[in-house]
Ligand binder design. Sequence first.
Ligand code: UD1
Ligand code: CA
Length: 452
Amino acid sequence: MNKIYGVILGAGEGTRMKSCLPKVLHKVAGKELISCVIDCLNSAVKMQKLVVVVGSGSDLVIKHLEKYKADHVFQKERLGSAHALLQAKNKFKNIDGQLIVMCGDTPLVQSKTIKDLLKFHNKNKNHATVLSGMVENPFGYGRIVRDAKGAVKCIVEEKSATEEEKRIKEINSGIYCFDLKVLWKALNKVDNKNNKKEYYLTDVIEILNKDGYKTDAVALTTEEEILGVNDRKQLAVAEQILRERKNNELMANGVTIVDPKTTYIDSDVVIGQDTIIKPNTIIEGKTKIGKNCIVGPDTTIMDSQIEESVFITYSYIEESEIEKGVKIGPFAHIRPKSVLKQNVKVGNFSEVKKSVVGQGSKVNHLSYIGDAIVGKDVNIGAGTITCNYDGKNKFQTVIQDDVFVGSNVNLVAPVNIGKKVLIAAGSTITDDVLPNKLTIARARQIVKVRKK
Ligand code: UD1
Ligand code: CA
């Protein structure tokens, strides 16, 4: 078996994006364009080495690459895709094998397509194989020019194409498989004698042909898979396709999505069987949802871990852990670093922040629980507030198991409420309360004669 290597070209300016952010860091379905490409390559083949060519906004791109097993090279000037690939040459000294080259702006390619490309390349003993695609509107793409016998002659870019060539509907996807043995010499021969004065990687095909090597192009996939993202409109198209793909994958695995058109689920989200997602729901980042949950409508969940049989409606959840059987909403906000233990209920305009709420406890009406540890089976009465902030610092509230907090209580942190305490409605608690006590901290009601 040949060894396989990868290069991703990602140095381009992305001028058409009109953005301060490097193009490859723009996100589709919650994932950076370059991450989509890296993930695709990694799941398609076991690469000996992956090199990313960085340029525009390289600091940010290099930082982003830290989490991957990927090397990078810097392209100082953007002189074209051939020049970009040439920058990686030193990383492949004395290395034979096959090189898959992808552009950092094609987020829709699927790993099966890369596998098929490699298979085709090997079966036909090619020196270079271009992944092509038959498209309705080829505008902007390089066209695959074939001779009378159907053999690939060259690739012409939009700007250099004749009227006749412009009518060719087989286009270059920007994904190639090369034999490393023959690549670098041919790449050195690419010039910039074209109207963009760029070194086009696409020219390497004609050069290899002239040198007697075997090249071909193969249309293995649909038009949508090879869409290149060059502007915000294409970014939105890619986004829509990825979302549809994600929804379809989830439905195929037994998740009900009541209205896929209004359901936005990021690529890396995991959802268990028989969970129902209702309309206008957004599930982002590294969120994991267990089986038999009901989520939505009008709910946003970000980077959270949700166990099975959880019910969430009309709510907003960020970076939190939600255990089995919890009920959230309508209208709850669960803010980062919160843990809701089994069977907790939070809803009706309540907010929980950086708190642990123990098993079976209820925060059901108009409450704010921040920087708190709440024990098991605690009842937080309507309108209860943990006063956790003095304007400078945050303080903790501890409420032990089986406490009953009456309505409209202020808990001025730091404060510790012992087990089985009962706090009378309307109290402002500033001091710790020992277990099993009843505490009342409010002015006594007086009744006076009303003057007419
Ligand atoms: C390129 C192809 C075109 C193909 C299309 C598919 C060339 C000359 N043309 O056109 O045939 O149909 O992709 O989407 O390759 N890059 C660098 N450094 C540079 C220039 C580009 O790293 O100096 C990178 C870009 O970041 C990008 C890729 O190369 O990832 C392609 O460049 P781009 O400008 O997007 O080329 P297209 O016009 O889309
Ligand atoms: Ca492009």
